[in-house]
Design a protein around this ligand. Structure first.
Ligand code: FER
Length: 278
Protein backbone atom coordinates (compact mmCIF):
# COMPACT_ATOMS: atom_id res chain seq x y z
CA UNK A 1 0.00 0.00 0.00
CA UNK A 2 2.84 2.37 0.87
CA UNK A 3 4.50 1.36 -2.38
CA UNK A 4 1.32 2.19 -4.29
CA UNK A 5 1.07 5.55 -2.57
CA UNK A 6 4.69 6.34 -3.44
CA UNK A 7 4.08 5.31 -7.04
CA UNK A 8 1.04 7.54 -7.18
CA UNK A 9 3.01 10.44 -5.71
CA UNK A 10 5.95 9.88 -8.06
CA UNK A 11 3.79 9.80 -11.14
CA UNK A 12 1.86 12.81 -10.00
CA UNK A 13 5.08 14.76 -9.66
CA UNK A 14 6.41 13.59 -13.03
CA UNK A 15 3.19 14.21 -14.91
CA UNK A 16 1.97 17.34 -13.21
CA UNK A 17 4.34 19.72 -14.93
CA UNK A 18 3.75 18.09 -18.32
CA UNK A 19 0.05 18.77 -18.23
CA UNK A 20 -0.05 22.25 -16.77
CA UNK A 21 -1.58 24.49 -19.35
CA UNK A 22 -4.06 21.76 -20.20
CA UNK A 23 -6.11 22.43 -17.10
CA UNK A 24 -5.39 18.94 -15.85
CA UNK A 25 -4.16 19.29 -12.32
CA UNK A 26 -4.54 15.78 -11.05
CA UNK A 27 -3.56 13.25 -13.70
CA UNK A 28 -4.28 9.61 -13.03
CA UNK A 29 -1.02 7.92 -12.01
CA UNK A 30 0.44 4.98 -13.92
CA UNK A 31 -1.23 1.78 -12.74
CA UNK A 32 -4.40 3.54 -11.53
CA UNK A 33 -6.53 1.11 -13.57
CA UNK A 34 -4.48 -2.04 -12.96
CA UNK A 35 -5.00 -4.95 -10.60
CA UNK A 36 -2.65 -4.71 -7.59
CA UNK A 37 -2.32 -7.98 -5.75
CA UNK A 38 -1.57 -6.55 -2.30
CA UNK A 39 -4.66 -4.40 -1.78
CA UNK A 40 -8.20 -5.32 -0.67
CA UNK A 41 -10.67 -5.95 -3.49
CA UNK A 42 -14.30 -5.04 -3.88
CA UNK A 43 -16.81 -7.48 -5.28
CA UNK A 44 -18.57 -7.45 -8.66
CA UNK A 45 -21.90 -9.18 -9.05
CA UNK A 46 -24.71 -9.34 -11.55
CA UNK A 47 -28.20 -8.60 -10.27
CA UNK A 48 -31.63 -9.07 -11.82
CA UNK A 49 -34.58 -6.80 -11.09
CA UNK A 50 -38.10 -6.61 -12.37
CA UNK A 51 -38.75 -3.52 -14.47
CA UNK A 52 -42.38 -2.40 -14.40
CA UNK A 53 -41.33 0.14 -17.06
CA UNK A 54 -40.23 -2.48 -19.59
CA UNK A 55 -42.36 -5.27 -18.08
CA UNK A 56 -39.49 -7.71 -17.98
CA UNK A 57 -36.55 -8.78 -15.83
CA UNK A 58 -33.48 -6.66 -16.43
CA UNK A 59 -29.83 -6.98 -15.40
CA UNK A 60 -27.28 -4.68 -13.81
CA UNK A 61 -23.71 -5.03 -12.55
CA UNK A 62 -22.97 -3.98 -8.97
CA UNK A 63 -19.64 -3.17 -7.30
CA UNK A 64 -19.53 -3.38 -3.51
CA UNK A 65 -16.36 -1.97 -1.93
CA UNK A 66 -13.95 -3.96 0.26
CA UNK A 67 -15.40 -3.99 3.76
CA UNK A 68 -18.98 -3.77 2.49
CA UNK A 69 -21.26 -5.03 5.25
CA UNK A 70 -24.85 -4.69 6.29
CA UNK A 71 -23.58 -3.20 9.58
CA UNK A 72 -23.01 0.04 7.70
CA UNK A 73 -24.78 2.06 5.05
CA UNK A 74 -23.07 3.21 1.87
CA UNK A 75 -23.71 5.94 -0.68
CA UNK A 76 -24.52 4.84 -4.24
CA UNK A 77 -23.26 5.86 -7.66
CA UNK A 78 -25.29 4.85 -10.71
CA UNK A 79 -22.83 4.67 -13.63
CA UNK A 80 -24.16 4.55 -17.19
CA UNK A 81 -22.73 3.22 -20.47
CA UNK A 82 -22.66 4.50 -24.07
CA UNK A 83 -24.62 3.74 -27.22
CA UNK A 84 -22.46 0.73 -28.16
CA UNK A 85 -22.56 -0.77 -24.70
CA UNK A 86 -24.66 -2.46 -22.08
CA UNK A 87 -24.45 -3.12 -18.34
CA UNK A 88 -21.03 -4.73 -18.81
CA UNK A 89 -19.40 -2.01 -20.91
CA UNK A 90 -17.64 -0.25 -18.05
CA UNK A 91 -16.51 -3.58 -16.64
CA UNK A 92 -15.24 -4.94 -19.95
CA UNK A 93 -13.49 -1.80 -21.15
CA UNK A 94 -12.86 0.43 -18.17
CA UNK A 95 -11.53 -1.75 -15.31
CA UNK A 96 -13.60 0.39 -12.95
CA UNK A 97 -13.22 -2.11 -10.10
CA UNK A 98 -9.43 -1.71 -10.21
CA UNK A 99 -9.76 2.08 -10.32
CA UNK A 100 -11.99 2.04 -7.21
CA UNK A 101 -9.97 -0.61 -5.35
CA UNK A 102 -6.81 1.47 -5.92
CA UNK A 103 -8.44 4.77 -4.95
CA UNK A 104 -9.96 3.22 -1.82
CA UNK A 105 -6.70 1.65 -0.71
CA UNK A 106 -4.95 5.01 -1.17
CA UNK A 107 -7.66 6.67 0.94
CA UNK A 108 -8.65 8.90 -1.96
CA UNK A 109 -12.29 7.88 -2.29
CA UNK A 110 -15.31 7.36 -0.06
CA UNK A 111 -16.45 3.73 0.08
CA UNK A 112 -19.56 3.43 -2.09
CA UNK A 113 -21.73 0.92 -3.89
CA UNK A 114 -21.69 1.40 -7.67
CA UNK A 115 -24.52 0.19 -9.88
CA UNK A 116 -23.90 -0.19 -13.61
CA UNK A 117 -27.30 -0.69 -15.26
CA UNK A 118 -28.37 -1.33 -18.82
CA UNK A 119 -29.53 2.11 -19.96
CA UNK A 120 -31.39 0.86 -23.03
CA UNK A 121 -34.78 0.25 -21.44
CA UNK A 122 -36.45 -2.12 -23.92
CA UNK A 123 -37.09 -5.85 -24.07
CA UNK A 124 -34.11 -6.53 -26.34
CA UNK A 125 -31.59 -4.32 -24.62
CA UNK A 126 -28.49 -5.73 -26.35
CA UNK A 127 -26.20 -3.42 -28.33
CA UNK A 128 -26.69 -5.40 -31.53
CA UNK A 129 -27.90 -4.51 -35.03
CA UNK A 130 -28.24 -0.81 -35.77
CA UNK A 131 -27.40 0.76 -32.42
CA UNK A 132 -28.57 4.15 -33.76
CA UNK A 133 -32.04 2.80 -34.58
CA UNK A 134 -34.63 5.30 -33.31
CA UNK A 135 -36.37 2.73 -31.06
CA UNK A 136 -33.06 1.87 -29.44
CA UNK A 137 -32.17 5.53 -28.97
CA UNK A 138 -35.65 6.15 -27.52
CA UNK A 139 -35.01 3.37 -25.01
CA UNK A 140 -32.16 5.44 -23.52
CA UNK A 141 -34.77 8.06 -22.72
CA UNK A 142 -37.29 5.52 -21.35
CA UNK A 143 -34.58 4.41 -18.92
CA UNK A 144 -35.35 7.44 -16.75
CA UNK A 145 -38.54 5.71 -15.56
CA UNK A 146 -36.81 2.36 -15.08
CA UNK A 147 -34.01 3.98 -13.08
CA UNK A 148 -36.23 6.02 -10.79
CA UNK A 149 -39.09 3.59 -10.27
CA UNK A 150 -37.62 0.10 -10.75
CA UNK A 151 -33.85 -0.06 -10.34
CA UNK A 152 -33.30 2.41 -7.50
CA UNK A 153 -36.03 0.87 -5.30
CA UNK A 154 -34.63 -2.59 -6.01
CA UNK A 155 -31.05 -1.59 -5.12
CA UNK A 156 -32.27 0.13 -1.98
CA UNK A 157 -34.15 -2.96 -0.87
CA UNK A 158 -31.28 -5.37 -1.57
CA UNK A 159 -28.19 -3.41 -0.46
CA UNK A 160 -27.17 -1.60 2.68
CA UNK A 161 -27.27 1.87 1.16
CA UNK A 162 -28.46 5.37 1.99
CA UNK A 163 -31.69 6.40 0.30
CA UNK A 164 -31.35 10.15 0.19
CA UNK A 165 -30.35 12.51 -2.61
CA UNK A 166 -27.25 13.62 -0.71
CA UNK A 167 -25.81 10.16 -1.02
CA UNK A 168 -27.00 9.25 -4.51
CA UNK A 169 -24.92 10.07 -7.61
CA UNK A 170 -25.53 9.66 -11.33
CA UNK A 171 -22.84 9.70 -14.02
CA UNK A 172 -22.13 8.15 -17.36
CA UNK A 173 -20.27 8.24 -20.61
CA UNK A 174 -21.60 9.56 -23.92
CA UNK A 175 -25.28 8.45 -24.20
CA UNK A 176 -24.95 7.72 -20.48
CA UNK A 177 -23.52 11.21 -19.97
CA UNK A 178 -26.55 12.71 -21.70
CA UNK A 179 -28.83 10.52 -19.60
CA UNK A 180 -27.04 11.58 -16.41
CA UNK A 181 -27.37 15.28 -17.17
CA UNK A 182 -30.99 14.95 -18.34
CA UNK A 183 -32.19 12.71 -15.52
CA UNK A 184 -29.90 14.10 -12.82
CA UNK A 185 -30.61 17.81 -13.33
CA UNK A 186 -34.27 16.98 -14.00
CA UNK A 187 -34.67 15.03 -10.77
CA UNK A 188 -32.98 17.00 -8.03
CA UNK A 189 -35.12 15.16 -5.49
CA UNK A 190 -33.19 12.03 -6.40
CA UNK A 191 -29.66 13.15 -7.20
CA UNK A 192 -27.23 15.75 -5.93
CA UNK A 193 -24.02 14.51 -7.58
CA UNK A 194 -24.14 14.47 -11.38
CA UNK A 195 -21.47 13.79 -13.99
CA UNK A 196 -21.53 13.81 -17.80
CA UNK A 197 -18.48 12.34 -19.52
CA UNK A 198 -18.28 13.16 -23.27
CA UNK A 199 -22.04 13.61 -23.34
CA UNK A 200 -23.82 12.66 -26.58
CA UNK A 201 -26.47 14.45 -28.70
CA UNK A 202 -29.19 12.99 -26.46
CA UNK A 203 -28.18 15.71 -23.95
CA UNK A 204 -30.99 18.25 -23.60
CA UNK A 205 -30.21 21.80 -24.71
CA UNK A 206 -28.56 23.89 -21.98
CA UNK A 207 -31.68 26.03 -21.50
CA UNK A 208 -33.71 22.87 -20.86
CA UNK A 209 -31.14 21.42 -18.45
CA UNK A 210 -30.73 24.71 -16.62
CA UNK A 211 -34.26 25.90 -16.02
CA UNK A 212 -33.51 27.25 -12.56
CA UNK A 213 -29.85 28.11 -12.04
CA UNK A 214 -30.47 28.91 -8.39
CA UNK A 215 -32.02 25.51 -7.70
CA UNK A 216 -28.99 23.82 -9.23
CA UNK A 217 -26.57 25.84 -7.12
CA UNK A 218 -28.62 25.32 -3.97
CA UNK A 219 -29.24 21.65 -4.37
CA UNK A 220 -26.34 20.08 -6.27
CA UNK A 221 -23.27 18.92 -4.42
CA UNK A 222 -21.42 18.40 -7.70
CA UNK A 223 -22.01 19.01 -11.37
CA UNK A 224 -19.14 17.59 -13.43
CA UNK A 225 -18.84 17.83 -17.21
CA UNK A 226 -15.84 16.64 -19.20
CA UNK A 227 -14.85 15.75 -22.74
CA UNK A 228 -11.80 14.98 -24.82
CA UNK A 229 -10.92 17.97 -26.98
CA UNK A 230 -10.50 15.73 -30.07
CA UNK A 231 -13.96 14.19 -29.62
CA UNK A 232 -16.40 15.20 -32.38
CA UNK A 233 -18.99 15.61 -29.60
CA UNK A 234 -16.75 18.12 -27.75
CA UNK A 235 -18.98 21.08 -28.65
CA UNK A 236 -21.89 19.67 -26.62
CA UNK A 237 -19.89 19.81 -23.41
CA UNK A 238 -18.15 23.08 -24.24
CA UNK A 239 -21.46 24.80 -25.05
CA UNK A 240 -22.99 23.57 -21.82
CA UNK A 241 -19.93 24.82 -19.92
CA UNK A 242 -20.33 28.31 -21.40
CA UNK A 243 -24.05 28.33 -20.65
CA UNK A 244 -23.42 27.23 -17.05
CA UNK A 245 -20.81 30.00 -16.69
CA UNK A 246 -23.16 32.61 -18.15
CA UNK A 247 -25.83 31.61 -15.65
CA UNK A 248 -23.42 31.31 -12.72
CA UNK A 249 -24.08 27.62 -12.19
CA UNK A 250 -21.20 26.07 -10.24
CA UNK A 251 -19.63 23.14 -11.99
CA UNK A 252 -16.39 21.39 -12.78
CA UNK A 253 -15.42 21.42 -16.43
CA UNK A 254 -12.59 19.23 -17.66
CA UNK A 255 -11.55 19.65 -21.30
CA UNK A 256 -8.89 17.01 -21.56
CA UNK A 257 -6.58 15.75 -24.31
CA UNK A 258 -8.21 12.77 -26.02
CA UNK A 259 -10.95 11.35 -28.18
CA UNK A 260 -14.24 9.50 -27.67
CA UNK A 261 -12.75 6.54 -25.84
CA UNK A 262 -12.10 4.74 -22.59
CA UNK A 263 -8.74 6.40 -22.05
CA UNK A 264 -10.68 9.62 -21.42
CA UNK A 265 -13.54 7.94 -19.52
CA UNK A 266 -11.21 6.03 -17.20
CA UNK A 267 -9.52 9.30 -16.34
CA UNK A 268 -12.92 10.90 -15.79
CA UNK A 269 -13.96 8.06 -13.52
CA UNK A 270 -10.70 8.33 -11.59
CA UNK A 271 -11.17 12.08 -11.05
CA UNK A 272 -14.94 12.11 -10.52
CA UNK A 273 -14.98 9.20 -8.06
CA UNK A 274 -12.63 11.09 -5.73
CA UNK A 275 -15.04 14.01 -5.47
CA UNK A 276 -18.14 12.03 -4.55
CA UNK A 277 -19.80 12.09 -1.15
CA UNK A 278 -17.22 14.41 0.41
C1 FER B 1 -25.00 10.61 -32.19
C2 FER B 1 -23.64 10.47 -32.02
C3 FER B 1 -23.15 9.74 -30.94
C4 FER B 1 -25.89 10.00 -31.28
C5 FER B 1 -25.38 9.28 -30.21
C6 FER B 1 -24.01 9.14 -30.04
C7 FER B 1 -28.12 9.51 -30.71
C8 FER B 1 -23.56 8.36 -28.92
C9 FER B 1 -22.31 7.92 -28.78
C10 FER B 1 -21.94 7.05 -27.63
O1 FER B 1 -22.76 6.75 -26.76
O2 FER B 1 -20.77 6.66 -27.57
O3 FER B 1 -25.52 11.31 -33.22
O4 FER B 1 -27.22 10.17 -31.51
Amino acid sequence: MIKLKLQILAFFLVLSFQVTGQNWENPAPEGFDKYHDEIPKGKIEKITYYSSTVETDREAVVYTPPGYSTDEKFPVLYLLHGIGGDEEEWLNQGNPQHIWDNLLSAGLMQPMVVVMPNGRAMVDDRATGNIFDSLKVQAFSTFEQDLLHDLIPHVESEYSVYKDRDRRALAGLSMGGGQSLNFGLGNLDYFSWVGGFSSAPNTYAPEVLVKEPKALNDRLNLLWISCGTSDRLFQITENLHHYLDQHDVSHIYLAEPGDHDFKVWKNDLYQFSQLLFK
